[in-house]
Design a protein around this ligand. Structure first.
Ligand code: NAY
Length: 288
C-alpha cells in the first residue's frame, strides 16, 4: 500500500450529477499518464462532503470498474452519520477496495473516546484495513501522539493520512510506529515529509502533477535532496498559482486542457469566471 496516491477529482455536470464518462477519463489519466500508484476516492478533493450517499456509492462503483486491479484503491468513507460510514465501508469493501479511510468526525466537538468508538465501529463492521484521515485545518480535530497510538492499537488501523504542517508530530509518529503507514497530505510539503521517511503521499495536485510528485518522493528516498528540492520548487510554483486561482476548479480546468472531461465542481463551490479559466490555462502552459 506504499506509494503515491491521487486524491481523485470527480467530474460533475452543471446540475451536480456525477458525469460517469468524465470520471472514467480522470481515472484513466491518473493511471496511464500521471502513473500514480493508487487512487484515494471520495476524499475532500472528490467533494465528498457535498454529495449524497448514493452518489458516493456510484463513484466507488465507477472508479473500481474503470481502474480494475491496475492500481491500489482506498475508499474514504468517513461521515458524521456513522450508519452511513459503516454502510459505505461495507460497500467499498465488497467492491474490492484495498483499504478504507475515514476522516476524523468533525463539526461537533467529539471527545477522544467518541472518536475512538467511531473508528472501532466502522472497523468492526468490515473485513478490511483502515487509514485514519487527519486534517485538523478543516476538521478542527487535533490528535496527539498518544491518541494516534491508541487508535493504532487496533491492528486493522494500518496508518494515517497526515494532512498537517506539524513535522514535529510527524517525526514522533514515524519514530514510535515504524510499522504503520504514514501518507503525507500536503503536496507543497512532500519533500519535507519524505525526508522524515513517510511511506507515501495522497494529494489533490497529483491529478495533474503526479509524475513530478513521484520523482520528488523517489529522489528523497535515494537521498538526492538537492534535485528533489529543485522539483519541489517547480511544484510549489504550480501549487501557489493553483491555490491563488481556486484549488479544485483550477485543477479541473487544467485537466480539461489535457483533454480530460473534468466537468464542474458541486455548489456551493463556485465556477471559475472567464478570467479564472484563462488563468488556469496559463498555469498549465507555464508550470506543467
Ligand atoms: C483529500 O482528501 O482529497 C485530501 O485531503 C488531499 C490532500 C489535499 N488537501 C485538500 C484539503 O485538498 O492535496 C492536498 C491539498 O489540496 C494540496 O496540498 C494543496 O494545498
Amino acid at each position: 500500500m506504499k506509494g503515491l496516491y491521487t486524491a481523485l477529482m470527480c467530474s460533475f455536470d452543471e446540475k451536480g450529477n456525477v458525469n460517469e464518462k468524465g470520471l472514467r477519463e480522470i481515472v484513466r489519466y491518473n493511471i496511464d499518464v500521471q502513473q500514480v500508484d493508487g487512487l484515494y476516492v471520495n476524499g475532500s478533493t472528490g467533494e465528498n462532503f457535498l454529495i449524497s450517499k448514493e452518489q458516493k456509492k456510484q463513484i466507488f462503483d465507477v472508479v473500481k470498474n474503470e481502474a480494475g486491479d491496475d492500481v491500489k484503491l482506498i475508499a474514504q468513507v468517513g461521515a458524521l452519520n456513522l450508519d452511513e460510514a459503516v454502510e459505505l465501508a461495507q460497500y467499498a469493501t465488497n467492491l474490492g477496495y484495498n483499504a478504507i479511510s475515514a476522516v476524523t468526525p468533525f463539526y461537533y466537538k467529539f471527545d477522544f473516546d467518541e472518536i475512538k468508538d467511531y473508528y472501532n465501529t466502522i472497523l468492526d463492521s468490515v473485513d478490511n484495513d483502515l487509514i485514519i484521515y487527519s486534517i485538523p485545518a478543516l476538521t478542527g480535530v487535533n490528535m496527539n501522539l498518544e491518541q494516534f497510538g491508541e487508535l493504532f492499537e487496533n491492528e486493522k488501523v494500518i496508518g494515517v493520512k497526515f494532512t498537517a504542517p506539524d513535522f514535529f508530530l510527524l517525526e514522533r509518529i514515524r519514530h514510535a510506529y515504524p510499522d504503520k503507514l504514514i501518507y503525507s497530505g500536503f503536496d507543497e510539503m512532500l519533500l519535507s515529509a519524505s525526508v522524515l521517511n513517510v511511506d507515501g503521499a495522497i494529494g489533490s495536485t497529483f491529478n495533474v502533477n503526479g509524475r513530478r510528485a513521484k520523482q520528488i518522493f523517489e529522489l528523497a528516498q535515494n537521498g538526492q535532496i538537492g534535485e528533489a528540492r529543485e522539483l519541489q520548487k517547480v511544484t510549489n510554483d504550480l501549487i501557489a498559482a493553483i491555490l491563488d486561482n481556486g484549488l479544485y476548479p483550477t485543477i479541473k480546468e487544467i485537466l480539461k486542457v489535457q483533454g480530460v472531461d473534468a466537468g464542474y465542481c458541486r455548489k456551493p463551490m463556485k465556477a471559475l469566471d472567464a478570467a479564472g479559466v484563462k488563468q488556469a490555462k496559463q498555469i498549465a502552459e507555464r508550470h506543467l
